[in-house]
Design a binder for this molecule. Sequence first.
Ligand code: SDX
Length: 374
Amino acid sequence: MTEATKAGLEGIVAGKTSISTVGKEGLDLTYRGYSIHDLAKKATFEEVIFLLLHGELPTLTQLNEFIDQLMSWRSLPPELQTVLKLIPKDCNPMDVLRTGCSMLGTLEPEKSSSLQLTIAKRLLAIMPSMLLFWYQYHMGKGSIETSSESEKTIAAHILHLLYGHPASPSQIRALDVALILHAEHEFNASTFTCRVITSTLSDFYSAITGGICALRGPLHGGADEAAMEQIIQFKSADEAEVGIKSMLTKKEKIMGFGHRVYKYGDPRSDIIKEWAKKLSDEPSKKNLFAIAERIEEVMFREKHLYPNVDFYSALTYHFLGIPTFLFTPLFVISRTSGWCAHIFEQRANNRLIRPIAEYVGPLPKPFIPIEERN
Ligand code: SDX
């Protein structure tokens, strides 16, 4: 009889990885040994992608070559543009990336696993194009050009496609840091989904599509959108205090709080909170920031729960003028870098992932013919 496993595989070591760790008791997150604090302060998202995919930070020459490659792979094949236009305006944009990734897999199939690095870079480059092409098409902008060579980085490319003009350096850096913070996080639900699919020797696009599907849920990636909806419903910090307490009394979840592995706070939250504060440069934004801080205070006082990466990321995206329903797709664009690294790692030392279950069903019993069943 196996020892009963805690629900949700809590605390179960389900494999080895050299890509990242949340540290002892989740006290610090590192990617390939580099602290998230150093990466968020001193690196760019492109350096972090290179680090995750190749295991080491790039030299300046390697970084420039890497950026040029990503820039050259932003274009959308005509067949993919046709499919994106057919996706309804009111669908969940996570379904745009799920469908777009699957469609790209039919147009540019993975003929050999030796192509995995190329496919990884193509997906990282094209996802912003897919998302914003669909978004702007349904905003009445027609078929926008997505392979613009004017913006060197993914953060700058995303904001330019969204705004229709270049973003400011501080707006670009705020999004760049958010993409760094969301890039990788050990065996979270969506990453583990990618590894399970990879372990069956399925293809690259299937694994990434599975990751997108898992991240869509509000208990995982979808929390950032839900958190924004919760923050924006309050007009003042005092009103938020009353509202959150009432929700807690009704045992409702406050999105953007709590975490399976971080019991003493998510190290990413303090970093992105600083950016939300920097961007709250006018009265209405300052009021929203004050509401968020009060929610944080109430959650600690009442439940001893801390904000996770999603809470202040939501506010940062909102202050960047990003529509709420595009928040989780941004998480996909970032986390695709971590997912790709885990697919490489799983393939390099693969064994089918197949745990066992603790059976709690009926004892063996004789078959009853249908005429005797009442
Ligand atoms: C991400 O895993 C990762 O690494 C994920 C991620 C990544 O980078 O990939 O970090 C990204 O997904 C962050 C998490 C985003 N999700 C949310 O913000 C959704 C709200 N959070 C909760 O649903 C919850 O905290 C989870 C899902 C994040 C973690 O849930 P657990 O570990 O299963 O904890 P639990 O639900 O068993 O809660 C334990 C207790 C319960 O109280 P009791 O019933 O024991 O009295 O804490 C309470 C819960 O009710 N609780 C909350 C709460 N989170 C936990 N109560 C109110 N609001 C919350 N948000």
